[in-house]
Write a protein that binds this ligand. Structure first.
Ligand code: NAD
Length: 423
């Protein structure tokens, strides 16, 4: 395995990536030193050791985390991921990102993130259920609709959210649907939540096209990642008249400059659980895919895909970040020089957390909205947030990423100052 230099390691370290943008925005805002320190560190980091009886009868202890970054504007909010490479540093970065994301779209939450070091692909459903329930029980005192509200993230889904809700409710001796979002609709989930992130991306891409004077009809789009976010964005964009020319999954991509039939691609993917072998399209690697000529590039797979190594070969006019942290800070500098317009993750993929906010509000109201109402409200939040960030970027002569951070940090800092939390 190639050994990474310190600079390369720092380029892809999620906490460094978050902090380098935070630092630029904080300096531009002339954030005072005390507040800078307060916002730099999480409020709380909890580590739990989770004993689980595996199907073999052997007892295995897993390590789990929950990091709560900030609660100045409301309860903390953020996903739970199950993955072998979960680290505390990553949780800290993602928790802070959630604080900024919630503030950019102006919903009343702070940020949090949780994770368990495990490989769910090698665990049975029973093992995953026992792990989820014990993780939730260990964190019981830190969670709650008024405290910290988790959601799905990498390798966690509606079923896992249902187990969290049930375990929390068992300890509370009452049904508490609002403790978690991304639940099945039968248990207080929201209509439209599954599609929300892809829908949010579609909305901001259309607004960006309008601002840049780009015609949406037939505009070529390249999407990396064909999971929840990428596939929904592909479907919605193609139904809006964009021409989706390439999509990919972990194994590689498919490319047709004339435009892919996304309905057929989705059906193929559902049948085969991969895009590999899709007929009537040219296979491309994920590396090649990112460098294809297009108007809109949507990295919707994972972090650190656009780095100092490939940024100068990116040929898109707009990058809309579906994934969290797909572009490194060093790549940002190169893309800035190339005048590529970036809709940063904390804005572009905020549709998911926005509908999670609607879910939490519906659970607390005990009154559920129609899908059309959810989508209309999501449209308002995403459109307004896009234009607020755009105006901010013009007013302060900064790119969209720094504008998003500035707007978010300013909102959190104001809330903190008014509360006197930090006095
Ligand atoms: P998912 O697991 O449903 O899909 C991920 C897709 O990316 C799959 O097609 C997978 O094959 C592909 N992929 C994974 N690693 C890859 C790699 N190294 N190279 C190329 N393709 C790869 O996940 P998702 O829910 O669609 O989330 C995708 C990204 O969006 C993640 O970064 C996630 O944190 C972020 N995100 C998701 C939501 C949401 O609501 N689902 C909200 C905000 C942000």
């Amino acid at each position: 395995m190639a050994v990474m230099t310190e600079a390369e390691d720092s380029e892809i370290n999620p906490f460094d990536a978050m902090m380098s943008r935070f630092d630029v925005a904080a300096q531009k805002l002339h954030l005072d030193e005390g507040l800078y320190q307060f916002l730099r560190y999480p409020r709380r980091e909890v580590t739990v050791y989770i004993p689980v009886f595996m199907d073999t009868g052997r007892l295995q202890v897993f390590t789990g985390y929950r990091v709560q970054h900030n609660i100045s504007r409301g309860p903390s909010k953020g996903g739970i991921r199950f993955a072998p490479d979960v680290t505390l540093d990553e949780m800290k970065a993602l928790a802070a990102w959630m604080t900024w994301k919630c503030a950019v779209v102006n919903i009343p939450f702070g940020g949090a993130k949780g994770g368990v070091i495990c490989d769910p692909s090698r665990m049975s459903s029973g093992e995953l259920e026992r792990l989820t329930r014990r993780y939730t029980a260990e964190l019981y005192e830190f969670l709650g609709p008024e405290k910290d509200v988790p959601a799905p993230d990498v390798n966690t889904n509606e079923q896992i959210m249902a187990w969290v809700m049930d375990t929390y409710s068992m300890h509370a001796h009452q049904t508490v649907t609002g403790v978690i979002t991304g639940k099945p609709v039968e248990l207080g989930g929201s209509a439209g939540r599954l599609e929300a992130t892809g829908r949010g991306i579609t909305i901001v891409v259309k607004e960006a096209c309008k601002r840049l004077g780009l015609d949406c009809a037939g505009a070529p789009v390249v999407i990396q990642g064909f999971g929840n976010v990428g596939s929904i964005a592909a479907q919605l964009l193609s139904s809006e008249g964009f021409r989706v020319v390439a999509v990919s999954d972990l194994r590689g991509g498919i490319y047709d400059p004339a435009g892919l039939d996304i309905g057929r691609v989705s059906a193929y993917n559902r049948r085969n659980r991969t895009l590999e072998g899709f007929p009537d399209a040219e296979p491309v690697t994920n590396r090649e895919l990112l460098e294809l000529p297009c108007d809109i590039l949507i990295p919707a797979a994972t972090e650190n895909q656009i780095t100092s190594h490939n940024a100068d070969r990116i040929r898109a006019r707009i990058i809309a970040e579906g994934a969290n942290g797909p572009t490194t800070a060093k790549a940002d500098e190169i893309l800035d020089e190339k005048r590529i317009f970036i809709i940063p993750d904390i804005l572009a993929n905020a549709g998911g957390v926005t509908v999670s906010y609607f879910e939490w509000a519906q659970d607390r109201q005990g009154f559920f909205w129609k899908e059309s109402e959810v989508n209309e409200r999501l449209g308002d939040y995403m459109t307004n947030s896009f234009h607020e960030v755009f105006r901010y970027s013009e007013a302060h002569s900064v790119n969209m990423r720094i504008a998003s951070y500035m707007l978010a940090i300013d909102r959190v800092a104001r809330g903190t100052r008014i509360r006197g939390l930090y006095a």
